[in-house]
Design a protein around this ligand. Structure first.
Ligand code: BG6
Length: 470
């Protein structure tokens, strides 16, 4: 049974950077055999001109001639302007099942979703709509966007992408938790005393100022990627592996997040990078980046402390932080375990032993580290921290997030896509921060550092952020 994937915004950056490489890799694996690809954009291109764009997009990737040729032959190109009239012209290219990928700026989602439905092409066959974050800029705008989409599309037809859910490690988080008797029973307040989720980037805004300025780290990263990681790390075990049950469990976590009244200062902090240096080279501050509005108060670093009022996590803080132009790239979920209930080694150097950490590494090489205390070789009873670790396979064997997610769309599997209430609850938790941060200014931090000092103010007594790698 064949499927057509229609890419709206086929001349854009998202398609070139992420979709064409992912489609190539699926082709190479022989997973597109029954798939037709239709590219559509405003440009008045011939098919050959469009394929030239695909070639350019793939030039930086390793490709083999045979699969590349197969991929090229799969494409049609259709000029179109997001009107019902233009969408109707897609009809001869459609199949029994169709997925419309809106690789467009979010402001165009309602127009495109309406144009497809109003053109009449969705009246027969199966139709899926794929949309990318950002889903609104706060709770109210997200709700308005969802109303626009739901006017024409059922929730079952909508695939909301958060590309973190397609990452190997994130998929592995659930397997690691729920397929291992040795790990899951330990992940609860009785044994864990804090959880830290960090996505630190050395990248700055990289020319994305139109999107990023006024949006900032809280909306760009915390509301979606880190919130999803938090839900997957904190949720209870679903009784069955089913997209809706899984998403019910994630929503349950967000519903249980304590939402303290009053100022957010005690549980949320923000920063903005100033000029500094990275790997020995000077880099400009955020306000000096091209395109950034003068005196912008957009935060490029955000940290929040979330507490889940559930039996499993009562009293345990989940710290989430993400920032740009930090001194190192680090993407991880880290559980810190409590001290053993009694200390046998009080009279030795083992008394200073470090608590255990279980760390899931989301950047390359993706994998798991468990830090345990072992006896240091020698005559003294002294401890050293040993790292038990595993890597999840190299980048070339592994599946990239977009490959995985495209495959899931083809297979109608919603497990790794956001349901509307997940988006809604994430905003409900963060809307009060957005309100409060609409005035005042973020604390400056130097590019290349580990972020603003105020990130420490949200930590509970005795807790410290895990250091970024040197
Ligand atoms: C995107 C954000 O969603 O995720 C970017 O808009 C960020 O600002 C990117 O750099 C990080 O993704 P990854 O996969 O590189 O960790």
């Amino acid at each position: 049974m064949s499927t057509t994937v229609v890419i709206f915004g086929a001349s854009g950056d998202l398609a070139a950077r992420l979709l064409y490489p992912a489609l190539y890799r699926l082709e190479e694996r022989g997973l597109l055999d029954e798939v037709r690809l239709v590219a559509t954009a405003l440009e008045d291109w011939t098919l050959a001109a469009f394929l030239g764009q695909v070639d350019t997009a793939l030039a930086a990737h390793r490709t083999e001639p045979a699969p590349l040729e197969r991929l090229r032959r799969r494409f049609s190109y259709q000029q179109g302007d997001l009107t019902p009239h233009a969408a109707a012209e897609l009809a001869p290219l459609l199949s029994e099942t169709n997925a419309y990928y809106l690789a467009l700026p979010p402001g165009f989602f309602p127009t495109a979703a309406a144009a497809i439905a109003e053109s009449g092409i969705t009246q027969a066959g199966r139709h899926r709509l794929v949309v990318e974050k950002p889903f609104g800029t706060d709770g109210a705008s997200a709700a308005a966007l969802e109303d626009d989409l739901h006017r024409y599309w059922d929730e079952r037809q909508i695939f909301r992408i958060d590309h973190y859910l397609g990452k190997e490690t994130v998929q592995n988080l659930s397997v690691m938790r729920f397929a291992n008797r040795v790990i899951e029973p330990l992940l609860r307040a009785e044994h864990v005393d804090q959880v830290q989720i960090t996505v630190a980037e050395t990248l700055g805004v990289e020319g994305r100022y139109r999107y990023y300025d006024g949006i900032g780290a809280l909306r760009d990263m915390i509301q979606n990627h880190l919130m999803q990681l938090f839900c997957l790390a904190a949720m209870d075990a679903p009784a069955v592996w089913d997209a809706d049950v899984l998403r019910d469990h994630k929503v349950e976590v967000m519903r249980a997040v304590r939402r303290p009244a009053g100022p957010v200062t005690g549980w949320a902090s923000r920063g903005q990078y100033t000029a500094g240096s990275l790997r020995g080279s000077p880099v400009p501050g955020y306000l000096e980046e091209p395109g950034i509005s003068a005196g912008s108060a957009t935060e490029t670093f955000a940290a929040v402390r979330l507490q889940v009022d559930s039996w499993r996590w009562q009293g345990i803080p989940f710290y989430l932080r993400s920032g740009k132009r930090l001194g190192a790239d680090l993407s991880e979920i880290a559980f810190r375990f409590r001290e053993p209930p009694t200390q046998l080694f009080t009279k030795t150097m083992l008394a200073d032993a470090e608590p255990n950490w279980l760390v899931l590494r989301l950047d390359q090489p993706e994998g798991i580290d468990l830090f345990v205390q072992t006896r240091a070789p020698g005559t003294e009873m002294a401890a050293e921290s040993s790292r038990l670790h595993t890597d999840f396979g190299s980048a070339t064997e592994g599946v990239t997030a977009y490959e995985q997610l495209l495959l899931d769309v083809l297979e109608d599997d919603h497990t790794s896509f956001l349901r509307v209430d997940e988006v809604d609850w994430a905003w409900r938790i963060l809307d009060c921060i957005i309100d409060e941060w609409s005035t005042g200014a973020p604390e400056p931090y130097q590019a290349g550092s580990s972020g603003p000092a105020c990130q420490d103010s949200i930590l509970l007594d005795g807790h410290a952020w895990r250091p970024l790698p040197e």
